[in-house]
Write a protein that binds this ligand. Structure first.
Ligand code: GUN
Ligand code: ZN
Length: 436
């Protein structure tokens, strides 16, 4: 009996290749009504029509039959904070007050390794029950918070990217590191975790206001020493935040120029929000090949503003979706796309179902430089996927029965879908979530 081989039957949908123009997405979609996925050692060994592949399944392997469901690549969440899970839905404030009143006191708890371990388990379960199989995650300032998270992810060999927050000013003393300690602790975490199984490290200065120039210098040094690591931070989320950056860094041309002048832009540099950018900043993101994490539920919840998707599209800047827990209000990517559609509507833009699924899967993977590993059912890729139940609720059943074209079925799925829609989640070829 070959335990390393698995076979999955059902309807499959994915986007087969990376595109530069959203208009090209539809021509690169593939729907296989009665399909088969064969997995060997956690990677995709064969994918296609059931009738073409059924004889390739070894007779000892039981086929997992998901006919009637829709199987898609696992979702990619390009921005969220694991030490904010317990403060989702904090009432009544915008970014800077929200940070001081809710976020910092909550993140303080992650000094306690046992607490961080409990919450890491909770956090990863939440990702899986929402179909998210890869995420780019902020820890707290405490290096042990990131140890706890990576330990939990490594137990299921999940492809997770995370980093210890660097912040050495403008926050309560109990949450500050120094340029020197942030270097030392980040370096130790990189040595321990970056490239350990499927785990990767992200150098994580919180945002320009909470780092001195000396600390941004250190962030840059770390990325030069370890060029395959990521860089994640926040950019132009809130108008008061931007004014504050300009007062703290008066010699710079603007907010992004702070990061750029320290060499903190480029491929695998992920900037969350990017709502109030100036033209020169859009140009800089484009020229450096940097990535944006679009976090609609957060941007609406904190009243930050509307992300201008058309600006990113016209410049072919990489965009991924982020839930931004805990300013965002859901771990669920379908609900996040539902809100993204509304953010587009408010600007007279249209976000199609195909484009939405692209952003949540292969496009998200591309925005993290992982499109050769995850995001579609191409042979050789890692077997991370989700089995969706398109009729998990009476309302979904009604709407599903009243739609015919695939694009409509997909669109209704992300408008009405939530964690009940996530029937099964597979990571590394293993079943890791079953809807209860
Ligand atoms: N800017 C700096 N820190 C944060 C954070 O934790 N959440 C959000 N949404 N924005 C930030
Ligand atoms: Zn954030």
């Amino acid at each position: 009996y070959d335990n390393s081989v698995k076979a999955v039957r059902g309807s499959f949908f994915h986007i087969t290749r990376v595109v530069t123009d959203p208009a090209e997405i539809e021509a690169n979609t593939q729907f296989v009504e009665d399909g088969l996925l064969i997995i060997r050692n956690g990677c995709i060994d064969w994918f296609g029509e059931w009738r073409d592949g059924r004889d390739l399944v070894p007779p000892t392997v039981r086929v997992r039959d998901y006919r009637g469901k829709l199987i898609v690549p696992g979702f990619v969440d390009t921005h969220l904070h694991y030490p904010q899970s317990e403060m989702v839905g904090a009432y009544g404030e915008q970014l800077l007050e929200w940070l001081n009143h809710h976020t910092f006191p909550t993140e303080r708890r992650y000094n306690d390794l046992e607490y961080a371990r409990e919450m890491s388990t909770f956090f990863i379960k939440q990702l899986l029950r929402n179909g998210t199989t890869t995420a780019l995650v902020f820890g707290s300032v405490h290096p042990q918070s990131v140890d706890a998270l990576f330990e939990a992810a490594s137990r299921i060999n999940m492809r997770l990217i995370a980093g210890k927050v660097m912040m050495d000013r403008n926050a309560p003393d109990y949450l500050l590191d120094t340029a020197e300690s942030s270097y030392r602790h980040s370096k130790a975490l990189i040595e321990r975790w970056h490239g350990n199984g499927r785990l990767l490290y992200a150098v994580t200065p919180r945002f320009a206001p909470t780092s001195t120039p000396a600390q941004l210098e250190v962030a840059s040094a770390l990325r030069q020493e370890y060029p395959t690591t990521y860089l994640q931070t926040h950019l132009s989320e809130n108008k008061d935040e931007i004014a504050w950056v300009k007062s703290l860094y008066p010699d710079h041309k603007g907010y992004l120029d702070v990061y750029n002048s320290f060499g903190l832009t480029g491929p695998n540099c992920v900037f969350a929000h990017c709502i109030h950018l100036e033209e020169a900043e859009w140009d800089c993101l484009q020229q450096t090949g940097s990535t944006i994490a679009f976090c609609p539920t957060s941007n609406l919840y904190l009243g930050s503003g509307l992300f201008q998707m058309d600006k990113a599209w016209s410049r072919q800047i990489q965009v991924g979706m982020g839930t931004d827990i805990g300013a965002g209000t859901t771990f669920n990517m379908l609900q996040t796309l539902n809100e993204a559609y509304k953010v587009a509507q408010l600007q007279g833009l249209r976000l199609s179902a195909f484009h939405s699924f692209y952003l949540a899967t292969l496009g998200g993977a591309r925005s993290l430089g992982l499109d050769d590993r995850i995001g579609s059912f191409a042979v050789g890729k890692e077997a991370d996927f989700v089995v969706l139940d398109p009729v998990a609720t009476p309302m979904q059943q009604l709407r599903y029965d009243n739609s015919t074209a695939l694009r409509d079925k997909l669109f209704v799925l992300l408008t009405l879908g939530d964690d009940r829609t996530i029937y099964r989640t597979y990571v590394d070829g293993q079943l890791v979530h079953e809807r209860g």
